[in-house]
Design a protein around this ligand. Sequence first.
Ligand SMILES: *Cc1c(COP(=O)(O)O)cnc(C)c1O
Length: 440
Amino acid sequence: MGNESSDFRYNTGDTKVPWAAVGENYNAADTFEFVKFLMQGKGAKYNAALRDVKAAIAALGKVSAPPGKLSMGDKVAEVEKAIDQYLGVEEGSSLFVSNCTAALELGYRYAGVGPGDEVIVPTNTFIATVAYPLSVGAKLVFADVDPRTVNMDPKDVARKITRKTKIIVPVHIGGYPCDMDAIMKVAKKRDIVVMEDAAHGFGGEYKGRKLGTIGHFGCFSTHEVKNCTSLGEGGIFVSNVPEYRAEARRARFLGVDFSSKIKNWLYNVSLIKGKGRVRYQASNNASVTEIQALGLLLQIKRYDRILRERTRLATYVTKRLSKIPGVMPQLLGDAKVKPTFHLYQLQIDPKVCGGTVQTLKAKLEEKGVTNIPHFGPIYRFSAAIGKGFDEKKIAATCPVTEKVFDERYTHLPIYGLTKEQVDFMVDAIAASVAEMKAGK
Ligand SMILES: *Cc1c(COP(=O)(O)O)cnc(C)c1O
């Protein structure tokens, strides 16, 4: 049946009358449109270069054949291998899927999360982290955050575990590693599954291990706003549970099972085996395209350079901001803890600065620094609380979160900024804090 990721719809074979590989492929003129989309511009020089490219692609079109497969082929297998190597995990651990939300679902389903079960999550994350448990009527239990890293506090996780806890989901927010040893320790005592939401953490390290490879499972996003992308959308599911690797692979495509056949048919559809007695029918098709795989492969090949640039910019901003009393800049990590600097996370001490971060945010926006506060306490969303739960009661169990988000914390852009833009941002922070201290 060809490679593991192939599916019956594309099994062309070497026959006189093969099964059509795809409905319709792309021709040279279409390919030119792709190039034009990926390399935009205007003006005489651009138009002249474009005409040369058009002629060259037309010439290539006369002597070339289109790819046999557009979905789930060799490129997908190749990028999965590259990810395994980059992360330092056993071959076959990584699965390239349609997005991180779909990757997270694979881990939740392994743990058998259902109605009434409890799921421990941090307060500050994107709704994608908790979408699956909410959709099946599980109860979200919010762990408070560490005041400095704004990551899940393992001590609060330990306090909030009950007999109903099925899974703990640490999120390496902004790419700063969670205290994984402490989280793994409390989970192990009770045989609870740990799934790292490493949407921001690709390439980050914790005590010599890459983020996303420490828990039972790790999930990455390759959406266009994350550290590396597969042409806009994508995700990676990493399984540290060897017996779930083939299961998750099958779950990616509806549980279709080529290893067994039913009577007079090509394949079977079998249930996915999760933890213990958990069995489920896969409900999603999280397949990806060869073009997405190629896009991701190219970015992973230069990923060390991408991380170095993020680290360089964050280090520079932290160095400058640490000179301002009352400003607590992004932590830079050390030999054991290596962040990915997906976001530049900033805090202030309201007492020293003479005002809260809400004032600082407004001042920065006035001065022209984009304010995108996209992570906050998700229990403030009515949808994230669920029926019968009370926002005030939940907030009362997360006092650090309440204080940090209302008074101390924000995050700033970092990657892709020029020296001028970075300096402008730091100067704007310095000026705003000075105004606040002067009571303005
Ligand atoms: C972006 C993000 C996700 C979801 O990623 P998609 O690939 O868009 O599904 C999950 N968790 C966090 C923390 C994120 O920021």
